[in-house]
Design a protein around this ligand. Structure first.
Ligand SMILES: [Zn+2]
Ligand SMILES: [Zn+2]
Length: 171
């Protein structure tokens, strides 16, 4: 995705609305980015200070870390940057503030690779089918229901736990 800023840079318009398809080309391990990623927002010029305020939405498919079920979701995150013309901000400053600046090359911005980096940063560390997922039964390997047991014989408990249970049941 590229955005032509020439009209804004010439002062003919004060803002440019963005609603465009983006294509993050890589994803965290085990995650597939599905088609239909978008960036929606606005680029506004206030007295030479050009700011991009937007939200990215990235549909994905992954796997629950506990039960291994397929998880479909949409990652949404804010993508806000100050746009600076090439050469006006020193390279080392740009590198140190990668989450602050986006460089305008010859009147255009091309934020796809930067958005792709954000996908990695914003993606949940542990993907779950639901917060309360109990994972798999350690005995039979089936997915545990939301409550109760899976139906196979209850797992044998460590005798030390039985001792603890006795202690607590006395209260
Ligand atoms: Zn799960
Ligand atoms: Zn079981």
């Amino acid at each position: 995705m590229t955005v032509d800023l020439s009209a804004l840079l010439r002062g003919e318009v004060r803002s440019i609305n963005i609603d465009a398809e983006i294509s993050p080309d890589s994803a965290p391990e085990g995650v597939t980015i599905l088609p239909g990623s978008r960036l929606k927002g606005v680029i506004e010029d206030s007295g030479g200070y050009i700011r991009l305020t937007s939200e990215a939405s990235v549909p994905y498919r992954g796997q629950c870390a506990r039960c291994l079920d397929t998880v479909n979701g949409t990652l949404k995150f804010e993508f806000n940057r100050t746009l600076v013309t090439e050469g006006t901000v020193a390279e080392d400053v740009l590198e140190e503030n990668a989450e602050e600046y986006l460089v305008i090359h010859k009147g255009f911005i091309d934020p796809d690779s930067t958005i792709c980096e954000s996908v990695f940063l914003e993606f949940p560390m542990v993907l779950l089918c639901r917060e309360s997922c109990r994972g798999l039964c350690p005995k039979c390997g089936k997915k545990l229901p939301a409550s109760g047991e899976c139906g196979c014989a209850p797992a044998e408990t460590d005798p030390r736990w039985n001792k603890l249970k006795e202690i607590f049941s006395k209260d």
